[in-house]
Write a protein that binds this ligand. Structure first.
Ligand SMILES: *Cc1c(COP(=O)(O)O)cnc(C)c1O
Length: 459
Protein backbone atom coordinates (compact mmCIF):
# COMPACT_ATOMS: atom_id res chain seq x y z
CA UNK A 1 0.00 0.00 0.00
CA UNK A 2 1.33 3.43 -0.89
CA UNK A 3 1.82 6.14 1.67
CA UNK A 4 -0.67 8.25 -0.23
CA UNK A 5 -3.47 5.71 -0.01
CA UNK A 6 -2.85 5.32 3.73
CA UNK A 7 -3.19 9.08 4.15
CA UNK A 8 -6.36 9.15 2.00
CA UNK A 9 -7.92 6.38 4.02
CA UNK A 10 -7.21 8.19 7.24
CA UNK A 11 -8.42 11.56 6.02
CA UNK A 12 -11.73 10.23 4.70
CA UNK A 13 -12.08 7.56 7.43
CA UNK A 14 -12.18 4.69 4.95
CA UNK A 15 -11.62 1.09 6.08
CA UNK A 16 -12.91 1.63 9.63
CA UNK A 17 -15.43 -0.75 11.12
CA UNK A 18 -16.60 1.80 13.69
CA UNK A 19 -17.79 3.97 10.76
CA UNK A 20 -19.09 1.05 8.66
CA UNK A 21 -16.46 1.79 5.98
CA UNK A 22 -14.59 -1.52 6.26
CA UNK A 23 -15.91 -2.38 2.79
CA UNK A 24 -13.96 0.47 1.17
CA UNK A 25 -10.31 1.04 0.27
CA UNK A 26 -8.15 3.06 -2.10
CA UNK A 27 -6.10 1.12 -4.66
CA UNK A 28 -2.62 2.13 -5.78
CA UNK A 29 -4.03 4.39 -8.51
CA UNK A 30 -6.05 6.31 -5.97
CA UNK A 31 -9.40 4.80 -7.06
CA UNK A 32 -11.98 3.98 -4.42
CA UNK A 33 -12.77 0.27 -4.40
CA UNK A 34 -15.50 -1.74 -2.67
CA UNK A 35 -14.60 -5.12 -1.21
CA UNK A 36 -17.02 -8.01 -0.84
CA UNK A 37 -14.91 -10.87 0.47
CA UNK A 38 -12.37 -11.25 -2.33
CA UNK A 39 -14.59 -9.57 -4.94
CA UNK A 40 -13.58 -6.03 -5.76
CA UNK A 41 -15.57 -3.29 -7.48
CA UNK A 42 -13.91 -0.10 -8.73
CA UNK A 43 -16.16 2.92 -8.19
CA UNK A 44 -14.51 5.11 -10.86
CA UNK A 45 -14.92 2.28 -13.38
CA UNK A 46 -18.64 1.97 -12.58
CA UNK A 47 -19.08 5.77 -12.82
CA UNK A 48 -17.43 5.82 -16.24
CA UNK A 49 -19.21 2.76 -17.58
CA UNK A 50 -22.73 3.55 -16.37
CA UNK A 51 -22.53 7.34 -16.11
CA UNK A 52 -23.42 9.53 -13.18
CA UNK A 53 -25.43 10.42 -11.13
CA UNK A 54 -25.25 6.92 -9.72
CA UNK A 55 -26.43 4.97 -6.69
CA UNK A 56 -24.59 1.79 -5.79
CA UNK A 57 -26.51 -0.59 -3.53
CA UNK A 58 -24.55 -3.30 -1.71
CA UNK A 59 -27.03 -5.99 -0.54
CA UNK A 60 -24.15 -7.93 1.03
CA UNK A 61 -23.75 -5.06 3.51
CA UNK A 62 -27.42 -5.34 4.49
CA UNK A 63 -27.11 -9.11 4.83
CA UNK A 64 -24.01 -8.86 6.98
CA UNK A 65 -25.52 -6.19 9.22
CA UNK A 66 -28.77 -8.10 9.84
CA UNK A 67 -26.92 -11.34 10.45
CA UNK A 68 -24.45 -9.70 12.85
CA UNK A 69 -27.30 -8.01 14.69
CA UNK A 70 -29.39 -11.17 15.06
CA UNK A 71 -26.34 -13.15 16.17
CA UNK A 72 -25.49 -10.46 18.68
CA UNK A 73 -28.94 -10.57 20.29
CA UNK A 74 -28.86 -14.36 20.36
CA UNK A 75 -25.46 -14.42 22.07
CA UNK A 76 -26.39 -11.68 24.53
CA UNK A 77 -29.71 -13.35 25.41
CA UNK A 78 -27.77 -16.46 26.30
CA UNK A 79 -25.17 -14.51 28.22
CA UNK A 80 -27.61 -12.54 30.38
CA UNK A 81 -30.19 -15.39 30.48
CA UNK A 82 -32.92 -13.38 28.81
CA UNK A 83 -35.90 -15.64 28.27
CA UNK A 84 -38.13 -13.54 26.01
CA UNK A 85 -38.06 -14.04 22.26
CA UNK A 86 -36.56 -11.40 20.01
CA UNK A 87 -38.06 -10.20 16.71
CA UNK A 88 -36.35 -7.79 14.36
CA UNK A 89 -38.88 -5.93 12.19
CA UNK A 90 -37.61 -3.86 9.26
CA UNK A 91 -39.64 -0.64 8.84
CA UNK A 92 -40.29 -0.60 5.09
CA UNK A 93 -40.66 3.16 4.87
CA UNK A 94 -36.88 3.55 5.42
CA UNK A 95 -36.22 2.08 1.97
CA UNK A 96 -38.85 -0.04 0.25
CA UNK A 97 -36.80 -0.89 -2.83
CA UNK A 98 -37.38 -4.56 -3.59
CA UNK A 99 -33.71 -5.52 -3.51
CA UNK A 100 -33.42 -3.98 -0.02
CA UNK A 101 -36.52 -5.64 1.44
CA UNK A 102 -35.68 -9.03 -0.10
CA UNK A 103 -32.11 -8.92 1.24
CA UNK A 104 -33.48 -8.25 4.72
CA UNK A 105 -36.16 -10.91 4.60
CA UNK A 106 -33.58 -13.35 3.26
CA UNK A 107 -31.65 -12.96 6.51
CA UNK A 108 -34.68 -13.50 8.72
CA UNK A 109 -36.01 -9.97 9.21
CA UNK A 110 -39.73 -9.49 9.87
CA UNK A 111 -41.45 -6.39 8.48
CA UNK A 112 -43.22 -3.26 9.61
CA UNK A 113 -45.47 -1.42 7.19
CA UNK A 114 -46.35 2.27 7.34
CA UNK A 115 -49.26 2.43 4.91
CA UNK A 116 -51.82 0.54 2.85
CA UNK A 117 -49.47 0.64 -0.14
CA UNK A 118 -46.58 -0.80 1.90
CA UNK A 119 -48.81 -3.64 3.04
CA UNK A 120 -49.96 -4.18 -0.54
CA UNK A 121 -46.36 -5.08 -1.43
CA UNK A 122 -46.31 -7.60 1.40
CA UNK A 123 -49.57 -9.13 0.19
CA UNK A 124 -48.19 -9.34 -3.34
CA UNK A 125 -45.11 -11.17 -2.18
CA UNK A 126 -47.12 -13.56 -0.02
CA UNK A 127 -49.31 -14.38 -3.03
CA UNK A 128 -46.24 -14.98 -5.16
CA UNK A 129 -44.91 -17.20 -2.37
CA UNK A 130 -41.67 -15.27 -2.17
CA UNK A 131 -42.07 -14.88 1.61
CA UNK A 132 -42.12 -17.53 4.26
CA UNK A 133 -45.73 -17.37 5.56
CA UNK A 134 -44.35 -17.40 9.12
CA UNK A 135 -43.03 -13.89 8.63
CA UNK A 136 -44.50 -11.44 11.15
CA UNK A 137 -45.90 -8.10 10.00
CA UNK A 138 -46.49 -5.06 12.19
CA UNK A 139 -48.75 -2.34 10.76
CA UNK A 140 -48.28 1.23 11.87
CA UNK A 141 -49.31 4.50 10.26
CA UNK A 142 -52.85 5.90 10.07
CA UNK A 143 -55.31 3.08 9.38
CA UNK A 144 -57.51 4.13 6.50
CA UNK A 145 -60.52 1.96 5.71
CA UNK A 146 -58.55 0.30 2.92
CA UNK A 147 -55.59 -0.37 5.22
CA UNK A 148 -57.84 -1.91 7.89
CA UNK A 149 -59.62 -4.13 5.39
CA UNK A 150 -56.32 -5.37 3.94
CA UNK A 151 -55.07 -6.13 7.46
CA UNK A 152 -58.33 -7.96 8.07
CA UNK A 153 -57.99 -9.88 4.82
CA UNK A 154 -54.46 -11.04 5.67
CA UNK A 155 -55.42 -11.95 9.23
CA UNK A 156 -58.23 -14.14 7.83
CA UNK A 157 -55.69 -15.89 5.66
CA UNK A 158 -53.66 -16.77 8.75
CA UNK A 159 -50.82 -14.29 8.25
CA UNK A 160 -49.13 -13.26 11.50
CA UNK A 161 -50.06 -9.61 11.22
CA UNK A 162 -50.42 -7.18 14.10
CA UNK A 163 -52.03 -3.76 13.64
CA UNK A 164 -50.57 -1.19 16.05
CA UNK A 165 -53.37 1.08 17.27
CA UNK A 166 -52.28 4.72 17.14
CA UNK A 167 -55.47 6.81 17.20
CA UNK A 168 -59.05 6.87 18.58
CA UNK A 169 -60.65 5.81 15.31
CA UNK A 170 -58.40 2.77 15.09
CA UNK A 171 -59.21 1.92 18.67
CA UNK A 172 -62.90 1.77 17.80
CA UNK A 173 -62.19 -0.76 15.04
CA UNK A 174 -59.53 -2.85 16.64
CA UNK A 175 -60.04 -2.94 20.41
CA UNK A 176 -62.39 -5.88 20.13
CA UNK A 177 -60.70 -7.58 17.21
CA UNK A 178 -60.56 -11.33 17.45
CA UNK A 179 -57.03 -11.09 16.10
CA UNK A 180 -53.90 -9.93 17.89
CA UNK A 181 -53.21 -6.20 18.11
CA UNK A 182 -50.72 -3.79 19.60
CA UNK A 183 -51.13 -0.30 20.98
CA UNK A 184 -48.84 2.71 20.71
CA UNK A 185 -47.74 4.59 23.78
CA UNK A 186 -47.12 8.33 23.40
CA UNK A 187 -43.79 8.55 25.23
CA UNK A 188 -43.56 11.59 27.51
CA UNK A 189 -39.76 11.22 27.79
CA UNK A 190 -38.04 13.04 24.98
CA UNK A 191 -34.74 12.33 23.27
CA UNK A 192 -32.47 14.76 21.48
CA UNK A 193 -33.29 13.66 17.97
CA UNK A 194 -34.54 15.80 15.12
CA UNK A 195 -37.77 13.83 14.89
CA UNK A 196 -38.69 13.84 18.53
CA UNK A 197 -41.43 16.42 18.79
CA UNK A 198 -42.46 17.96 22.14
CA UNK A 199 -45.99 16.75 21.45
CA UNK A 200 -46.30 13.54 19.47
CA UNK A 201 -49.38 13.08 17.36
CA UNK A 202 -49.30 9.29 17.59
CA UNK A 203 -50.46 6.98 20.31
CA UNK A 204 -52.06 7.32 23.72
CA UNK A 205 -50.73 8.43 27.09
CA UNK A 206 -49.97 5.83 29.75
CA UNK A 207 -53.00 6.98 31.72
CA UNK A 208 -55.29 6.62 28.73
CA UNK A 209 -54.07 3.12 27.97
CA UNK A 210 -54.35 2.02 31.60
CA UNK A 211 -57.89 3.39 31.77
CA UNK A 212 -58.91 1.49 28.64
CA UNK A 213 -59.00 -1.58 30.83
CA UNK A 214 -59.09 -4.94 29.22
CA UNK A 215 -58.62 -5.60 25.49
CA UNK A 216 -59.60 -8.76 23.76
CA UNK A 217 -56.27 -9.63 22.18
CA UNK A 218 -53.66 -7.11 23.20
CA UNK A 219 -50.22 -8.55 22.47
CA UNK A 220 -47.83 -5.64 21.94
CA UNK A 221 -47.04 -2.38 23.68
CA UNK A 222 -45.26 -0.18 21.12
CA UNK A 223 -43.62 3.21 21.06
CA UNK A 224 -41.36 5.06 18.66
CA UNK A 225 -39.78 8.34 19.73
CA UNK A 226 -37.59 9.14 16.78
CA UNK A 227 -34.72 8.22 14.52
CA UNK A 228 -30.95 8.73 14.89
CA UNK A 229 -31.05 8.91 18.71
CA UNK A 230 -27.46 9.78 19.55
CA UNK A 231 -27.41 9.46 23.35
CA UNK A 232 -27.57 6.09 25.05
CA UNK A 233 -29.50 7.49 28.02
CA UNK A 234 -32.17 8.72 25.57
CA UNK A 235 -32.77 5.09 24.60
CA UNK A 236 -32.74 3.61 28.09
CA UNK A 237 -35.04 6.14 29.84
CA UNK A 238 -38.01 5.46 27.55
CA UNK A 239 -37.59 1.68 27.89
CA UNK A 240 -37.84 2.02 31.68
CA UNK A 241 -40.96 4.13 31.34
CA UNK A 242 -42.54 1.75 28.83
CA UNK A 243 -41.81 -1.28 31.02
CA UNK A 244 -43.64 0.33 33.89
CA UNK A 245 -46.67 0.87 31.66
CA UNK A 246 -46.30 -2.64 30.20
CA UNK A 247 -46.53 -4.32 33.60
CA UNK A 248 -49.42 -2.10 34.70
CA UNK A 249 -51.55 -2.99 31.70
CA UNK A 250 -50.55 -6.62 31.81
CA UNK A 251 -52.59 -6.92 35.02
CA UNK A 252 -55.81 -6.51 33.02
CA UNK A 253 -54.42 -7.88 29.75
CA UNK A 254 -52.75 -11.22 30.37
CA UNK A 255 -52.36 -11.75 26.61
CA UNK A 256 -49.83 -8.88 26.49
CA UNK A 257 -46.42 -10.44 26.00
CA UNK A 258 -44.30 -8.16 23.77
CA UNK A 259 -42.57 -4.80 24.13
CA UNK A 260 -41.75 -2.99 20.86
CA UNK A 261 -39.16 -0.23 21.31
CA UNK A 262 -39.41 1.17 17.75
CA UNK A 263 -36.50 2.67 15.82
CA UNK A 264 -33.69 5.02 16.76
CA UNK A 265 -30.27 3.31 16.52
CA UNK A 266 -28.00 5.94 14.94
CA UNK A 267 -25.46 5.89 12.10
CA UNK A 268 -22.11 7.75 12.40
CA UNK A 269 -22.80 9.99 9.39
CA UNK A 270 -20.40 12.59 10.72
CA UNK A 271 -17.74 10.00 11.54
CA UNK A 272 -17.78 10.57 15.26
CA UNK A 273 -18.20 7.64 17.58
CA UNK A 274 -21.55 6.78 19.07
CA UNK A 275 -22.49 4.11 21.60
CA UNK A 276 -21.74 0.60 20.35
CA UNK A 277 -24.69 -1.63 19.54
CA UNK A 278 -23.47 -4.51 21.74
CA UNK A 279 -23.24 -2.29 24.81
CA UNK A 280 -26.71 -0.87 24.20
CA UNK A 281 -28.33 -4.24 23.52
CA UNK A 282 -26.80 -5.80 26.65
CA UNK A 283 -28.10 -2.89 28.73
CA UNK A 284 -31.58 -3.26 27.23
CA UNK A 285 -31.80 -7.00 27.85
CA UNK A 286 -30.48 -6.70 31.41
CA UNK A 287 -32.88 -3.88 32.17
CA UNK A 288 -35.95 -5.77 30.92
CA UNK A 289 -34.88 -8.91 32.74
CA UNK A 290 -34.31 -7.00 35.97
CA UNK A 291 -37.64 -5.15 35.81
CA UNK A 292 -39.54 -8.38 35.08
CA UNK A 293 -37.90 -10.37 37.85
CA UNK A 294 -38.46 -7.57 40.34
CA UNK A 295 -42.18 -8.15 39.75
CA UNK A 296 -41.92 -11.93 39.50
CA UNK A 297 -43.23 -11.86 35.92
CA UNK A 298 -41.93 -13.51 32.74
CA UNK A 299 -39.54 -11.54 30.52
CA UNK A 300 -41.51 -9.99 27.65
CA UNK A 301 -40.66 -10.70 24.03
CA UNK A 302 -38.73 -7.81 22.53
CA UNK A 303 -39.26 -6.16 19.14
CA UNK A 304 -37.03 -3.55 17.63
CA UNK A 305 -37.50 -1.61 14.41
CA UNK A 306 -34.09 -0.19 13.55
CA UNK A 307 -34.19 0.48 9.81
CA UNK A 308 -31.70 3.27 9.30
CA UNK A 309 -29.06 1.42 11.33
CA UNK A 310 -29.22 -1.62 9.08
CA UNK A 311 -29.62 -0.09 5.61
CA UNK A 312 -27.98 3.38 5.53
CA UNK A 313 -24.38 2.09 5.07
CA UNK A 314 -25.48 -0.27 2.27
CA UNK A 315 -25.67 2.43 -0.40
CA UNK A 316 -23.39 5.15 -1.75
CA UNK A 317 -24.19 7.91 -4.23
CA UNK A 318 -21.63 8.90 -6.86
CA UNK A 319 -21.54 12.19 -8.72
CA UNK A 320 -19.25 13.79 -11.29
CA UNK A 321 -17.94 17.30 -10.77
CA UNK A 322 -19.21 19.13 -13.83
CA UNK A 323 -17.97 22.61 -12.99
CA UNK A 324 -15.87 24.48 -10.47
CA UNK A 325 -16.00 28.11 -9.49
CA UNK A 326 -13.90 30.24 -7.16
CA UNK A 327 -15.59 31.65 -4.06
CA UNK A 328 -14.55 35.27 -4.05
CA UNK A 329 -15.41 36.06 -0.42
CA UNK A 330 -12.13 35.67 1.52
CA UNK A 331 -13.98 35.02 4.79
CA UNK A 332 -15.64 31.89 3.45
CA UNK A 333 -14.27 28.64 4.92
CA UNK A 334 -14.62 27.12 1.42
CA UNK A 335 -12.54 28.33 -1.51
CA UNK A 336 -14.37 26.74 -4.43
CA UNK A 337 -17.76 25.54 -5.56
CA UNK A 338 -17.88 22.03 -7.01
CA UNK A 339 -21.04 21.51 -9.06
CA UNK A 340 -22.24 17.89 -9.18
CA UNK A 341 -24.34 16.20 -11.88
CA UNK A 342 -27.02 15.26 -9.36
CA UNK A 343 -29.00 17.20 -6.81
CA UNK A 344 -28.98 17.41 -3.03
CA UNK A 345 -32.56 18.61 -3.10
CA UNK A 346 -33.70 15.73 -5.27
CA UNK A 347 -31.41 12.77 -4.60
CA UNK A 348 -30.41 13.48 -0.98
CA UNK A 349 -33.41 15.46 0.12
CA UNK A 350 -32.66 15.35 3.84
CA UNK A 351 -29.67 17.64 3.16
CA UNK A 352 -32.17 20.38 2.47
CA UNK A 353 -35.08 19.23 4.64
CA UNK A 354 -33.35 18.61 7.98
CA UNK A 355 -29.74 19.71 7.48
CA UNK A 356 -28.53 16.12 7.21
CA UNK A 357 -24.72 15.79 7.18
CA UNK A 358 -22.79 13.31 5.05
CA UNK A 359 -19.32 11.85 4.81
CA UNK A 360 -17.93 12.63 1.34
CA UNK A 361 -14.74 11.42 -0.32
CA UNK A 362 -13.25 11.39 -3.81
CA UNK A 363 -13.86 8.24 -5.91
CA UNK A 364 -10.69 8.88 -7.88
CA UNK A 365 -7.80 10.61 -6.25
CA UNK A 366 -4.71 10.55 -8.41
CA UNK A 367 -3.48 13.99 -7.49
CA UNK A 368 -4.37 14.11 -3.86
CA UNK A 369 -1.29 16.11 -2.90
CA UNK A 370 -3.35 19.29 -2.99
CA UNK A 371 -6.50 19.36 -0.95
CA UNK A 372 -9.04 22.10 -1.04
CA UNK A 373 -11.96 23.22 1.10
CA UNK A 374 -15.07 23.31 -1.06
CA UNK A 375 -18.82 23.61 -1.08
CA UNK A 376 -20.87 21.33 -3.28
CA UNK A 377 -23.76 22.50 -5.43
CA UNK A 378 -26.45 20.40 -7.13
CA UNK A 379 -27.58 20.67 -10.74
CA UNK A 380 -30.96 22.20 -10.08
CA UNK A 381 -31.44 25.92 -10.56
CA UNK A 382 -32.23 26.29 -6.85
CA UNK A 383 -29.83 28.24 -4.66
CA UNK A 384 -30.78 25.92 -1.76
CA UNK A 385 -29.39 22.93 -3.65
CA UNK A 386 -26.04 22.94 -1.85
CA UNK A 387 -24.04 21.02 0.75
CA UNK A 388 -21.56 22.91 2.93
CA UNK A 389 -20.13 20.08 5.04
CA UNK A 390 -20.08 19.13 8.70
CA UNK A 391 -17.83 21.97 9.92
CA UNK A 392 -18.50 24.59 7.26
CA UNK A 393 -16.74 23.02 4.27
CA UNK A 394 -15.89 19.70 2.60
CA UNK A 395 -12.27 18.58 2.15
CA UNK A 396 -11.65 17.20 -1.34
CA UNK A 397 -8.73 17.07 -3.79
CA UNK A 398 -8.27 20.29 -5.71
CA UNK A 399 -9.86 20.04 -9.12
CA UNK A 400 -10.15 22.22 -12.16
CA UNK A 401 -12.90 21.27 -14.57
CA UNK A 402 -10.75 22.49 -17.50
CA UNK A 403 -8.10 19.81 -16.73
CA UNK A 404 -9.73 17.34 -19.11
CA UNK A 405 -9.85 14.61 -16.45
CA UNK A 406 -13.01 13.55 -14.65
CA UNK A 407 -13.40 13.77 -10.92
CA UNK A 408 -16.04 11.80 -9.06
CA UNK A 409 -17.19 12.20 -5.49
CA UNK A 410 -18.88 9.67 -3.23
CA UNK A 411 -21.54 10.38 -0.62
CA UNK A 412 -21.71 7.56 1.95
CA UNK A 413 -24.59 6.06 3.96
CA UNK A 414 -27.31 7.10 1.52
CA UNK A 415 -29.35 3.86 1.91
CA UNK A 416 -31.92 5.18 4.39
CA UNK A 417 -34.85 7.45 3.49
CA UNK A 418 -33.25 9.30 0.53
CA UNK A 419 -34.73 7.10 -2.22
CA UNK A 420 -38.31 7.24 -0.92
CA UNK A 421 -38.04 11.01 -0.45
CA UNK A 422 -36.48 11.64 -3.89
CA UNK A 423 -37.98 14.43 -5.99
CA UNK A 424 -37.80 15.85 -9.52
CA UNK A 425 -37.15 19.55 -8.97
CA UNK A 426 -36.18 21.14 -12.31
CA UNK A 427 -37.30 17.89 -13.99
CA UNK A 428 -33.93 16.31 -13.20
CA UNK A 429 -33.65 12.53 -13.58
CA UNK A 430 -33.01 10.39 -10.51
CA UNK A 431 -29.66 8.58 -10.32
CA UNK A 432 -29.19 5.29 -12.12
CA UNK A 433 -29.17 2.47 -9.57
CA UNK A 434 -26.63 -0.35 -9.61
CA UNK A 435 -26.66 -3.45 -7.44
CA UNK A 436 -23.32 -5.09 -6.79
CA UNK A 437 -23.21 -8.58 -5.31
CA UNK A 438 -21.25 -11.83 -5.81
CA UNK A 439 -19.03 -10.10 -8.35
CA UNK A 440 -21.98 -9.03 -10.53
CA UNK A 441 -22.85 -5.47 -11.39
CA UNK A 442 -26.52 -5.17 -12.32
CA UNK A 443 -28.53 -2.13 -13.41
CA UNK A 444 -31.59 -2.18 -11.14
CA UNK A 445 -33.09 1.13 -12.28
CA UNK A 446 -32.16 2.78 -15.58
CA UNK A 447 -31.62 6.49 -15.83
CA UNK A 448 -34.96 8.19 -16.43
CA UNK A 449 -35.47 9.78 -19.83
CA UNK A 450 -37.10 13.23 -20.09
CA UNK A 451 -40.29 11.34 -21.10
CA UNK A 452 -40.12 9.18 -17.96
CA UNK A 453 -39.82 12.22 -15.72
CA UNK A 454 -42.41 14.12 -17.74
CA UNK A 455 -44.99 11.38 -17.16
CA UNK A 456 -45.07 12.29 -13.47
CA UNK A 457 -46.32 15.70 -14.51
CA UNK A 458 -48.90 14.67 -17.08
CA UNK A 459 -46.71 15.02 -20.17
C1 LIG B 1 -39.73 5.50 10.96
C2 LIG B 1 -40.02 4.46 11.94
C3 LIG B 1 -39.02 3.55 12.31
C4 LIG B 1 -37.61 3.62 11.77
O1 LIG B 1 -36.71 4.19 12.65
P1 LIG B 1 -35.19 4.35 12.21
O2 LIG B 1 -34.42 4.42 13.45
O3 LIG B 1 -35.10 5.62 11.38
O4 LIG B 1 -34.85 3.20 11.37
C5 LIG B 1 -39.35 2.55 13.20
N1 LIG B 1 -40.61 2.45 13.71
C6 LIG B 1 -41.58 3.32 13.38
C7 LIG B 1 -42.94 3.17 13.97
C8 LIG B 1 -41.32 4.35 12.49
O5 LIG B 1 -42.30 5.22 12.19
Amino acid sequence: MTKRSVASKKLWKIGAEEFNTQYFDYNKDGDLIIKEGHNIYNVRYMAEKFGTSLEILMPFVIEERVEDFLDLVKDLSKKVKYQGKFFYHYPMKVNQNKEVVMALVGEGAHLETSSYNDLWLVKKMLEQETFNPNIRILCSGPKTDKYISLIDDLQHKGVKIFPLIEGPNELKFLQFSKYDVGIRLDMPIKASSYWNKPIDRFGFSAKEIINMGSFKNLKILHYHIGSQIEKLSDVIGPIKYALDVYFKIKEKNPSLDTLDIGGGMPIPYMRNKSYPVDKLMEKILKLIKHESEKRGLPHPNLVCEWGRYIVAPAQISVFKIIDTKKIANKKSPAKKWYVIDGSFMNDLLDTWAIGQKWAISPANNKHDANLNEVWLAGSSCDSDDIYTGVHGSVTLPDYDSSSGENMYVVVYDTGAYQDPLAAHHCMLSSPLKLIIENGHIVVARKRESPDDVGKNFGW
